[in-house]
Design a binder for this molecule. Structure first.
Ligand code: G3I
Length: 412
């Protein structure tokens, strides 16, 4: 009788799983997945990464080997065939240089954004590759949705891999940027008219595939970028309009499953001082933590204007770290009206010092990333007419007074 009962219980436990199938676009496998592993008729279980397989209509399913681009060939200048681990950079920064000083005061890195088109500029890369200056890099564009999944289920990683492999070659940490953002979002996502279940699946596929590709290689991911308007209300993009605030936890959970060791961030601008947007972000952190949603950090972008820094920078960092997350300035630059003057460059030096000092003074502030280090490649003049000179190195790759401002801030 006992044997019969046990067998029955076992059978009963197995039947629903054996019989249930994932619907079209549903998950059908991946490490940690306990749901159905077979797909509804007319769909094929397609592996996107070790962490995520999905039921794709047979007519749309790409042949498995080419669904995800194969690992990149080794860079001509170095042997690695895979992207780096999250372990500390192998090259040890010594002496002077922004990263060397940052490390010496206990920070995890001082870093910079970079972009693929810049990597053929040898004088530029001579500075970028210098571990004493930069212990971390962020791809400014090549890991974004439009760059990595321009069509549904078709992933391209050539440019993203190039940056990831550069970080590995240089012994630099990598920040992933980003999984879910309203901008640089292909129209197949923003105008797809998807219902909630389908958009959920699309987010899961995208985040798990992109994050999974660099599993073990990324220090931190900007999983969600710029979710708020400046008045602290939610940005009404396709994600919010379809899923409400739940898209944030959907993305974070997919990212956590894909790379359990990457620090997961939400990243935004105009949250560096005390503003309605800061309050909204603080409340979001509290709410996610209460719900047990994985979240490790808040990225404060730090796109500032010379002479117009918000107040209370340090207090804001402390408010976030008090909630149990780390913080970082992730995209720091401080623009000015052109042409630059001695006075505006001097004010810029002070402003860089003030921002970096705030990070220096807060133990939970792990690092500062500048949004490219040279005015030669800054995004600012293309976006703000008549403004520029936002970076610590000038157009000719010469250090500006701002550089010394950063040094002073790190030595504060
Ligand atoms: O790749 C095309 C190229 O083929 C074309 O010839 C050229 C013509 O304009 O455009 C190129 O694409 C540009 C792309 O950068 C790569 O250079 C886009 O037009 C341009 O809009 C895009 O700008 C990027 C911007 O995000 C877009 O929102 C900047 O490089 C990038 O630095 C900037 O980064 C953002 C962060 O991701 C989020 N926080 C704000 C930050 C600054 O805007």
């Amino acid at each position: 009788m006992l044997r019969l009962t046990s067998s029955f219980v076992l059978l009963a436990a197995l039947i629903p799983r054996a019989l249930s199938q994932s619907p079209v676009w549903g998950q059908c496998g991946g490490i940690g997945w306990t749901g159905p592993t077979t797909c509804a008729s007319g769909t094929v279980c397609t592996e996107y990464s070790a962490y995520y397989s999905q039921c794709i209509p047979s007519s749309q399913a790409p042949p498995p080997p080419t669904t995800v681009a194969p690992p990149p060939p080794p860079p001509t200048s170095a042997p690695p065939t895979s992207v780096p681990s999250t372990s500390a950079p192998s090259s040890t920064p010594t002496g002077t240089g922004l990263n060397a000083i940052a490390k010496s005061i206990g920070k995890t890195y001082f870093g910079t954004a970079t972009d693929n088109s810049e990597l053929s500029d040898a004088p530029y890369t001579a500075i970028l590759d210098n571990i004493n200056e930069f212990g971390q890099i962020t791809p400014a564009n090549s890991m974004k949705w439009d760059a990595t999944e321009p069509s549904r289920g078709q992933f391209t990683f050539t440019n993203a891999d190039a940056i990831a492999n550069l970080a590995k070659k240089n012994g630099q940490l990598l920040r992933g940027h980003n999984c879910v953002w309203y901008s640089q979002l292909p129209s197949w996502v923003s105008n797809g008219g998807f219902n909630a279940a389908t958009l959920t699946s699309i987010i899961q596929t995208h985040c798990s595939t992109v994050v999974g590709r660099y599993k073990g290689s990324v220090y931190s991911w900007d999983v969600v970028n710029e979710p708020f308007n400046d008045d602290g209300t939610w940005r009404t993009d396709v994600f919010y309009n379809t899923l409400g605030t739940s898209y944030v936890s959907i993305a974070l959970q997919a990212a956590r499953a894909a790379d359990p060791n990457a620090k997961l961030y939400i990243n935004d601008y105009n949250i560096e001082g005390q503003s309605a947007k800061t309050t909204a972000m603080l409340n979001l952190v509290k709410s996610l933590k209460q719900q047990g949603v994985p979240l490790d950090g808040i990225g404060l972008q730090g796109h500032f204007i010379v002479g117009e820094l918000p107040g209370n920078l340090q207090q804001t960092l402390e408010q976030f770290t008090a909630l149990g997350v780390e913080v970082a300035y992730t995209e720091l630059d401080i623009r000015m009206s052109l042409p630059a003057t001695q006075a505006s460059l001097a004010q810029q030096q002070k402003d860089y010092q003030t921002v970096v000092t705030a990070c220096t003074n807060v133990p939970g502030c792990v690092g500062v990333t500048i949004w490219d280090f040279t005015d030669k490649y800054s995004w600012v003049p293309n976006t703000f007419s008549g403004q520029g000179e936002a970076c610590p190195w000038d157009q000719n790759l010469q250090k500006k007074p701002a550089y010394q401002g950063i040094v002073s801030g790190l030595e504060a």
